[in-house]
Write a protein that binds this ligand. Structure first.
Ligand code: SF4
Length: 308
């Protein structure tokens, strides 16, 4: 648990579950797994366990209740709430806390949207959510999926769109390949633009409330191209969906502006000749970015102010 987070789009992290296992290529350099050895030496809750040994921490459940100032809280930066080893009763307890702590905004990300949809849809169906006051559609609970490329986007986002939620979001991080939201399968028909009948390719994107994009950090980071991010900026502008560019990553490359990430494998002479290299290791310093990528927006219904 951390009352202040280094993650740019949140204020604090809350980890009622720790430990996880890989799902897809986006997990290859998992931040939580990289941090694990250090945390096992520092904290009792991690000690003596491998990363794959998922544990729930009931003693951490009331942490957000004790935080009196409103915060954006990233739920489970060290795990995935919908991992198969997390009992449904515990997921329910996490939702109960979020439903009570209405002064906070809870940001959930999963790479296992099938279980999220299955559990939350059933709760709604059973009426349990409403009867008990535990809401899955409360405006302070943002449900999101984490994707890394087009394949994972096309697998996970449609499932998110079928899941009951007040706010749906997608984190494209680590972005290891181009991602477009302009999918043929999302077409919901045609519309007239300047007298011409055109397909409405961005209808799926319009059903999302927030997009986050980020390049990979760390020694084994994979490259991210500026053009991939520009395309998402363009699509979000067109669909009027808020976008948050979190970081450009260690191996960012921008041919147009002659910018290379701190660890991009390119000779220094070429950099000196053509442009510049980002100083920040993970490309998180916005001051160094090309102007068109300096986009940091939040969903409109964000009811809280960022803590100072
Ligand atoms: S799902 Fe998330 S926390 Fe779990 S291994 Fe993958 S990247 Fe790490």
């Amino acid at each position: 648990m951390a009352d202040q987070s280094k993650i740019a789009w949140t204020d604090a992290t809350w980890n009622p579950v720790t430990g996880c296992s890989h799902v897809s290529e986006g997990c290859r350099n998992c931040y939580a797994e990289r941090e694990w050895p250090r945390l096992t030496r520092l904290l009792q809750a991690y000690s003596g366990r491998s990363f794959e040994n998922v544990a729930c921490h009931p003693e951490r459940l009331d942490q957000p209740i004790r935080w009196k100032h409103p915060r954006k809280i990233f739920v489970n930066s060290m795990s995935d709430l919908f991992h198969p080893d997390v009992p449904e009763d515990f997921i329910r307890a996490v939702f109960a806390i979020m439903a009570v702590a209405t002064w906070h905004t809870f940001q959930i990300l999963t790479k296992r949207p099938e279980r999220m949809m299955e559990v939350l849809t059933r709760w709604d169906y059973e009426g349990l959510v409403l009867r008990s006051g535990y809401g899955t559609q409360l405006p302070n609970i943002w449900l999101g999926v984490s994707v890394e490329d087009q394949k994972s986007a096309e697998e996970r986002i449609p499932v998110l769109l079928e899941t009951p939620a007040a706010v749906r979001w997608v984190s494209v991080e680590p972005m290891i390949g181009p991602v477009t939201f302009r999918w043929a399968k999302w077409q919901s028909g045609f519309k007239m633009i300047e007298g011409r009948l055109v397909r409405n390719h961005l209808d799926g994107l319009r059903r999302l409330d927030w997009i986050v994009v980020g390049g990979e950090s760390g020694q084994s980071a994979r490259p991210m191209e500026a053009e991939w991010v520009r395309k998402i900026v363009h699509e979000c502008r067109e669909a009027k969906v808020p976008l948050f560019v979190k970081q450009l990553g260690a191996r960012f490359s921008d041919e147009k502006n002659g910018i290379a990430g701190a660890s991009l494998n390119i000779p220094q002479e070429a950099i000196d000749l053509l442009g510049r290299r980002l100083k920040h290791r993970s490309g998180s310093d916005m001051e160094e970015w090309p102007e068109e990528l300096k986009v940091r927006e939040y969903p409109e219904n964000l009811a809280i102010e960022k803590i100072s």
